[in-house]
Ligand binder design. Structure first.
Ligand code: GRF
Length: 215
């Protein structure tokens, strides 16, 4: 089986990358991680890639004069690996519209909230402060709207009395490690597509919020 090449972009720990490396190692998984790129030198995600024998590249945004020149270098680096899918896994940079449009329909992100609630940072704190009973994570296609692209899959997580940001984050992250590999699998099996701003799975339009992941 020919596996689809994926490039993963990250800035930090890379626990979602690890989940992807673990599932893609199975011979029948339809995709493989061919490169990992971090904008932060020393990110743990780079070590995870190296431990897996995957090229780990640092592209430090601080070495570029502006966002546009960084993004041009990033695009060039990504495209050297000819990926069919680009996966953002804790990549803490806002991308220019040029770069986002270049990967339209083939760039995914995971966000730790039930989008469209809580785009941006500190999602767990905001959910707790709002008194939400349900929180979660969403995988979505990347568009030029920050954390605003069409949702593919979401997983819900109950907010428990006494939850702190850290305890809630841990439970949300464990769901992320399930739904991100699933989205990558569906995409790599050509079952998932972005058509005119809407998500399609197996030829059917997926409703707003994306598929609900149950377990
Ligand atoms: C996750 O919470 C993800 O939803 C967000 O960034 C975090 C990355 O965590 N986009 P990790 O680096 O994969 O552990």
């Amino acid at each position: 089986m020919t596996k689809k090449p994926i490039v993963v972009l990250l800035s930090g720990s890379g626990s979602n990358l690890q989940a992807l490396l673990d599932v893609t190692a199975a011979p029948d998984f339809p995709a493989e991680v061919v490169a990992v790129i971090s904008n932060r030198p020393g990110a743990l995600g780079l070590t995870r890639a190296q431990n897996h024998g995957v090229p780990a590249i640092t592209l430090d945004h601080k070495e570029f004069v502006d966002r546009a020149s960084f993004d041009r270098a990033l695009q060039k680096t990504i495209d050297q690996f000819s990926p069919e899918l680009v996966v953002l896994a804790g990549f803490m940079r806002i991308l220019t519209p040029d770069l986002v449009n270049h990967y339209q329909g083939r760039m995914l992100n995971i966000h730790p909230s039930l989008l469209p609630k809580y785009p941006g940072l500190h999602t767990h704190r905001r959910a707790i402060d709002a008194g939400d009973l349900v929180h979660g994570a969403t995988v979505h296609f990347v568009t030029t709207e920050l954390d605003g692209g069409p949702a593919i899959i979401h997983a819900e997580v109950a907010v428990e009395p006494g939850d702190t940001e850290a305890t809630l984050a841990r439970r949300v992250l464990s769901k992320e490690h399930l739904i991100y590999p699933l989205a990558v699998r569906l995409f790599s099996e050509n079952r998932l597509a972005l058509n005119e701003g809407e998500v399609w799975l197996d030829g059917q339009r997926v409703g707003r919020g994306g598929i609900r992941y149950d377990t």
